[in-house]
Design a protein around this ligand. Structure first.
Ligand code: KIV
Length: 299
């Protein structure tokens, strides 16, 4: 077996954990908030050690990790499983978990019970829910139960059917005004931040100036308080054409593809494993074996 070292030897223990208050401070100081998704222990470690401020266990994991064609099928138990793994990998970043479709749509009581599981059982510091004015009462309830809530408005992937596809939102005056009111309602209800997804940059900048809580944009232009991207978009791991806003910072698909081809060839050509990559019997046993079974000792 291979062993994952849980913490680097000698790593400092004096890491300060970011909170919703840290994000607010950054907004006030006009220091950009850097956010990214993560879905497992290894990527959480990389993202945290790179100094990313906020990590979201997004329900995008339904698509990029579990292979579904939308975010709708992922369950609370699946989200909890991944959130727990990410929580074990983080020391500094503020950890937000997405509440999946159906987990906050039946009743506020049901939503509260599900949200508590993300905090109590999985180690999330906040939950994220999609929707604006229609979620204000729920945001208030969760906030009253000491659960920090990140809102999410604009292109909300859980509404793919009611939106009629993944389309940029807020491009009519009516939609523009509604999204401004959504942001206001979330802030008034106690949300600690708002994700703005798939909206014109002018609208995102307007909302960012209008609310006192941080806005984190994805496909919402540079005028937000912070930016978030999906980990797999950053590294070309989605097997799909990338959206205009999803800048690629590395080509892990090419890297893994080349490494996998080398591994396959090395095994096929008897180049792996080498003698140095093999365990040996103790020297005396090898000597005895050479005398007893000369052929076997060179296997
Ligand atoms: O699920 C997700 O990854 C998200 C981000 C795109 C904000 O909600």
């Amino acid at each position: 077996m291979s062993v994952t070292e849980l913490r680097p030897a000698g790593a400092s223990t004096a890491v300060v954990r970011l909170t919703s208050a840290s994000l607010l401070q950054k907004k006030r100081a006009q220091v950009p908030i850097v956010a990214l998704t993560a879905y497992d222990y290894a990527t959480a470690r990389l993202v945290d050690e790179a100094g990313i401020d906020m990590v979201l266990v997004g329900d995008s994991l339904a698509m990029v990790v579990l292979g579904y064609d939308s975010t709708l099928p992922v369950t609370v138990d699946e989200m909890l499983h991944h959130t727990q793994a990410v929580a074990r990998g983080l020391r500094r970043a503020f950890l937000v978990a997405d509440m999946p479709y159906g987990s906050y749509h039946v009743s506020e009581e049901d939503a509260l019970r599900n949200a508590l599981r993300f905090i109590k059982d999985a180690g999330a510091q906040a939950v994220k829910i999609e929707g604006g004015q229609t979620r204000a009462s729920l945001v208030r309830q969760l906030t009253d139960a000491e659960i920090p809530v990140v809102g999410h408005i604009g292109l909300t992937p859980q509404s793919v059917h009611s939106m009629g596809g993944y389309k940029v939102q807020g491009r009519t005056w009516e939609a523009y005004d509604r999204l401004c009111r959504d942001a206001e309602a979330l802030e008034a209800a106690g949300a600690v931040a708002i994700v703005l997804e798939g909206i014109p940059r002018e609208l995102a900048a307007r909302i960012t100036g209008q609310v006192g809580i941080p806005t984190i944009g994805i496909g919402a232009g540079p005028g937000c308080d912070g930016q978030i991207l999906v980990f797999h978009d950053l590294f070309n791991l989605t097997f799909a054409p990338h959206a205009k806003f999803a800048r690629q910072y590395g080509d892990a698909a090419a890297f893994f593809g080349a490494a996998l081809a080398s591994y396959r060839e090395d095994v096929a050509q008897h180049r792996f494993p080498s003698d140095a990559e093999s365990y040996h019997l103790p020297r005396e046993m090898r000597t005895e074996l050479e005398m007893l079974e000369p052929a076997a000792s060179h296997g």
